[in-house]
Design a protein around this ligand. Sequence first.
Ligand code: SAH
Length: 567
Amino acid sequence: MTRPVPAIVILGNGSLATARSIQQLYPGALIHGLAERVDGADRVYREFGATLRELYQQDTPIIALCAAGIVIRTLAPLLLEKGVEPPVLAVAEDGSAVVPLLGGLGGVNVLAREIAAHLDVAAAITTSGELRFGTCLLNPPSGYTLGDLALGKRFVSDLLAGETVRIEGSAPWLAQAQLPEDQQARLTVHVGHAERAPAANELLIYPRNVLVAVTGDVADRPGAIREALHQAKIAVQSVACLLAADTEMASATLREAALELGVPLRFVSAVGVASALARQAIGQSVSIVGDDAIAIALAEQPLDPLQIGRPRGRLAVIGLGPGAAELMVPAVKAELARANDVLGYETYVRMAGPFRADQVLHCTDNREEMQRARHAFELAAQGRSVVVVSSGDPGVFAMAAAVLEALHESTDAAWHNVDLEILPGVSASLATAAQAGAPLGHDFCVLSLSDNLKPWSIIEKRLDLAAQADLALAFYNPISRSRPWQLGQALDIVSRHRTPDTAVVLGRDIGRPGQTLRVTTLGQLTPDQVDMRTMVLIGSSTTCVFPRSGGGDWVYTPRWYGDKPNA
Ligand code: SAH
């Protein structure tokens, strides 16, 4: 059963050696280094606080190579709200101290011990129960789950006060613990999948060894499952996963049921009744109770959901924004982190990285969009988590429409069952406009000047009408080696309706290294000032320009039209 991959966060080059050493323990862990202070980090950040809080909120285990106080102060605003939290550790930059700070129930002490052993120092474990008994009773290993945390805390403090304990059921991980065991003890650790009201002197730990298979559509699915478990006297907490036929992959009620029960959802080929599904997934010999619609299978050992059937595949079409990491939306970052496969034009795939060794990159030529879209569905239909990258926004002259077109054309049910989501990004016109001020502050029109996929006559007509309508204009794909003359013609058309002093903004490589921003006028604009990495914004008749202190200009299009209304 897999643990989430930690992030290693460092502030300076002095910590790099220790960070690399810790990285060997956790394949896939990335080193996040402060911009301009760290050379050769896997990922560069600008703001320590924002970065750390984002990782924490995404439940990423954090190994910060800096003073414990800095970490505490940074995360303090988030601590009160959070129930479950990821492990957070501070490690001295020279590797001489390992201090678990937060996430006791998330296994922070386990991480601390691993790192300390690797660095050949002692972990600064401060958890009394763990020091005394050599294990955190409240944090059973994966495959097991604690019944009730509040009761558990009292249980452990009773033990610390000198009580003895009895272990009922099979708890292999407690064999090495130094618990004060006594068969006559009042306190009991009870490990088992039976439904049971917790007694005051009992710590209930549930093995996740139960699989629930379902078929058919039921109105209140979670309710029916709970009832079936209750009838069978099996605890809901012991359910490792919910299993269904792959024909039901897109079912919303199934997804809700899994969410409500807090268990993963897995699928196998449709083979009739629920018990047959369960047998297909975990073997013939397993004991099964229940009927055709809901079957409950009991395994001898905890079940690893990742080994059962397959998940519903996911395909996310994401926008990276113009380039700078700060302009990438958090949902996109999270999606990249969960991806098994990443597809896209090589430049953008590289921009989306770095990636872990287990992530598969499929880089293709910029023009192979439909092929890429179909390849993405083939991968996702196998149950993989697939990301297709676009720069800017995926819905603006980019991959989202190609992906939907591929799906629309397909009759393959497996493709239609994929969990498809489009995640937006900051488009080049908006990123450029923001740097210039607000040139698109009133109505505007977005056009691609590429006549690869549409006839030039349509572009001419739209340009003419949009210019006539006095809309501010944003030109994507303004020019390229194979389309050298189109921009000149476009400017001629616009000039029929706009004066030569109309404001123009040229943004090149915005949000990327070496970006340039230029404010000029329609009269002075010539195609040789523009290339395929440039965004061209042309103002309306009301667009204003005025000098900004420190050099350059502000450009904006007022929100009002005609006479200025009373402010
Ligand atoms: N989906 C992208 C647009 C793809 S079309 C988006 O939403 O931004 C490609 C065109 O976008 C380029 O020819 C250029 O005109 C513009 N463009 C993309 N990234 C840019 C950037 N960082 N700076 C300026 N223009 C950019």
